[in-house]
Design a protein around this ligand. Structure first.
Ligand SMILES: [Ca+2]
Length: 268
């Protein structure tokens, strides 16, 4: 009998435990629903600004009165959708002069300007120069091609794309992407670079800054025009040494995110 009672007690304990878990789950679910409802209510009550990252909150705050909350929410949705933008990256190319030398034309920019750029292209980096430091820092990389990469929250770290670049100096690298616009429109290309930067849109140069600096979003705000449909964008970033990075976003002329843009890492 004792054994049966123990068995019974064990079953009862399990049953009670299941019941208790169900009650606890039910409470937890109701608490979660209540919290999210409350949170949703708070968002609708005017914290749409909080949906934008710190890097552009000042711009959004300055312009927000021009838009309804629905429009601002649409822009915040666009920002979230653009949090990871696929791109192609090609490099490193030897670039004597480092950041300030944005003038040396490497093969990818000739291909972009000619409208013949293909992701399968490879190029001979034949710009090798006598190395003044005897460290192979100006050694040509040989054949270089396009690799898939991404602008993650607008940023791309070239040292992650080409780990060997960590030990190099005075390089140039390229980023290619394609942007589909729902109509012809003027845009602001919010960019930052470590170090120098040059940008082309549909084969035409729109920005050139031979800087030596760390990269942050919206350091430069060149204007450009997108055509209705697909647009080809090419970005060159020149590096003196150390960090080598890009920040880039396509925004409205007032700096606000643009709903309805589509991005691709394939020529269109
Ligand atoms: Ca640098």
């Amino acid at each position: 009998m004792a054994a049966k009672e123990i068995l019974y007690d064990e079953n009862a304990r399990r049953s009670l435990e299941r019941g208790a878990n169900m009650v606890a789950d039910s409470f937890a679910e109701r608490a979660l629903n209540a919290t999210s409802t409350l949170w949703g209510f708070k968002l609708r009550q005017g914290t749409v600004l909080d949906r934008f990252p710190k890097a552009i909150q000042e711009v959004v705050a300055k312009n927000k009165d021009k838009f309804t909350d629905a429009q601002l929410n649409e822009m915040a949705d666009a920002w979230e959708q653009q949090s990871s933008i696929p791109v192609l990256a090609c490099g490193p190319f030897v670039n004597p002069g480092g950041g300030p030398n944005t003038k040396l034309e490497h093969a990818p920019e000739k291909a972009h300007v000619a409208g013949t750029l293909k992701p399968t292209d490879t190029y001979d980096d034949n710009a090798a120069q006598p190395d003044p430091k005897g460290k192979d820092v100006w050694k040509a990389a040989g054949k270089v091609g396009w690799k898939e990469a991404a602008l993650s929250d607008t940023a791309l770290d070239f040292v992650n794309v080409w780990p060997a670049a960590r030990d190099r100096e005075q390089d140039a690298g390229y980023v290619a992407l394609w942007v589909k616009s729902p109509k012809a429109m003027d845009v602001m290309l919010g960019c930052g670079s470590d170090d120098g930067i040059k940008i082309w849109v549909n084969g035409k140069p729109v920005h050139d800054n031979g800087a030596s600096r760390g990269s942050a979003l919206d350091q430069d705000k060149p204007k450009a025009a997108l055509q209705d449909g697909w647009n080809a964008i090419l970005i060159k970033v020149t590096n003196g040494g150390g960090g080598w990075a890009l920040n880039f976003r396509v925004a409205a002329p007032d700096g606000m995110p643009i709903p309805g843009l589509q991005f691709s890492a394939k020529p269109q």
